[in-house]
Design a protein around this ligand. Structure first.
Ligand SMILES: [Zn+2]
Length: 427
């Protein structure tokens, strides 16, 4: 490790911070909302324009572009040894409807910048490299999210993918074709050696610690519970308070109980309700039916499962206290994903070699890397974002932090791919 670190410290190339930043700003001109925000939903006209600009940069960098059934884009740089598996990096170019300029974009541009830095330094790698743009990470226009990487990882069948219908009534396969990026590449065409994803943290931990880089060890698990609370519709004027089966009141008490359950499970637990619907939604009707969705997250799979059971139990018990009944069903669960120890170590070594202050941390959000981790050794690099704000037009990451993260990415990829030739004859 110290050998690798010393080599990086003395001899390795660096990314071009200005180019990396100006490309962020160039992409941010496509699909502008509220001055500093972006709306580029997957396979929309705006997404297609962003893809085209990215493709121009890739071709100018000498990369060969391919795409697959899911519209995932692969920009390939050959290695000296074409028989070696590909060292890849990337993220996503699609955004939330009121998204920022960095979520996803930074990971794609940092991967491209790593390749550009190698071009500038005249370095050929032993293994081929790939820069990847995964389709529909956000899951806003097509559900579920992480769609492109999930299909690539074999988690979604071809026909299922093709026939997913968007919120605006369009078929996925038609939109992928319309974007110009429905290609003939299949996952078996790309043997991955490893995958690295740089992403803004989307939380406040790095900034609070004054760290420039997050070495991401895992992606926490996630479970959604659908809760249907049934009481009895009643007249708000004629029904005494003690004679009601008020499903909305029960839901209110359930929210408080869920928070208590989450807090009791320790600081890493997340229990949230962001969607609650009262069937009647009328001021003078006591709601007889309420639906809500609980979003539960934890880095430990066993704790996550236990927390799911405790939340379900809390819903049933509290509903009964209010004369109602709660039916709880699991909509889906995603197990926590541990990243590859060797790849994580390469990211950490790179941060050390570059003398950057870093933290080792799990990811609170889901990322494409969690899908790719099922295929190949994978790790992630976090970059701080101001006030931890993301999925917001105010989202901001500093140019120097983006460059530091991209340098870490470059070093990790280079260690993995191996240097075949550099202009000074070393390597
Ligand atoms: Zn993202």
């Amino acid at each position: 490790m110290s050998g690798a670190a010393r080599r990086s410290r003395t001899n390795a190339p660096h990314v071009n911070a200005d180019r990396l930043w100006s490309r962020h700003m160039d992409l941010a001109r496509i699909g502008v909302v509220e001055t500093t925000g972006n709306c580029r939903l997957a396979l929309s006209d705006e997404d297609a324009a962003a893809r085209e600009l990215f493709a121009v940069w890739c071709r100018d960098a000498g990369l060969t572009l391919r795409s697959d059934r899911a519209g995932n884009m692969f920009a390939l740089r050959p290695g000296r040894d074409p028989g070696r598996a590909v060292v890849a990096a990337g993220s996503h170019l699609d955004t939330q409807p009121h998204g920022g300029r960095f979520d996803g974009v930074s990971g794609v541009l940092a991967a491209l910048e790593a390749v550009e830095a190698l071009n500038d330094a005249g370095i050929e790698t032993e293994a081929p490299l790939a820069v990847i743009n995964w389709t529909n990470e956000e899951g806003v226009r097509f559900a579920p999210g992480l769609l492109g990487s999930a299909w690539f990882a074999g988690r979604i069948a071809d026909e299922t993918l093709d026939n997913i219908v968007s919120a605006d009534g369009a078929r996925f396969a038609d939109e992928a074709a319309r974007s110009g990026w429905s290609g003939d590449m299949v996952p078996a065409d790309l043997t991955l050696d490893s995958f690295f994803e740089l992403h803004i943290e989307q939380g406040p931990v790095l900034e609070d610690a004054g760290a420039q880089v997050g070495v991401v060890t895992s992606v926490q698990g996630l479970c959604w519970l659908d809760v249907a609370i049934t009481g009895r519709d009643a007249h708000a004027g004629t029904t005494p308070l003690d004679a009601r089966k008020d499903a909305l009141l029960a839901a209110g008490a359930i929210l408080v109980a869920l928070r208590r359950t989450g807090l009791a499970a320790g600081p890493e637990a997340r229990v949230s309700v962001g969607r609650l619907t009262a069937a009647t939604d009328a001021p003078s009707t006591i709601a007889g039916h309420v639906d809500l969705v609980i979003d539960i997250r934890h880095p430990d799979g066993e704790v996550l499962a236990r927390l799911g059971r405790e939340c379900a139990e809390a819903c049933r018990a509290v509903a009964a206290d209010y004369g109602c009944e709660a039916e709880v069903s699991e909509r889906f669960a995603i197990a926590p994903q541990q990243f590859d120890g060797d790849c994580v170590a390469l990211v950490e070594d790179a941060a050390l070699a570059l003398e950057l202050k870093y933290l080792t941390m799990p990811s609170g959000a889901l990322h494409d890397a969690a899908n790719v981790a099922g295929l190949a050794p994978t790790a992630m690099i976090f970059v701080p974002c101001r006030d931890g704000i993301s999925h917001n037009v105010q989202e901001y990451a500093a140019p120097e932090d983006l460059a530091a993260g991209a340098d870490v990415l470059l070093h990790a990829m280079l260690e993995r791919a191996g240097i075949a030739r550099r202009p000074d004859g070393q390597g």
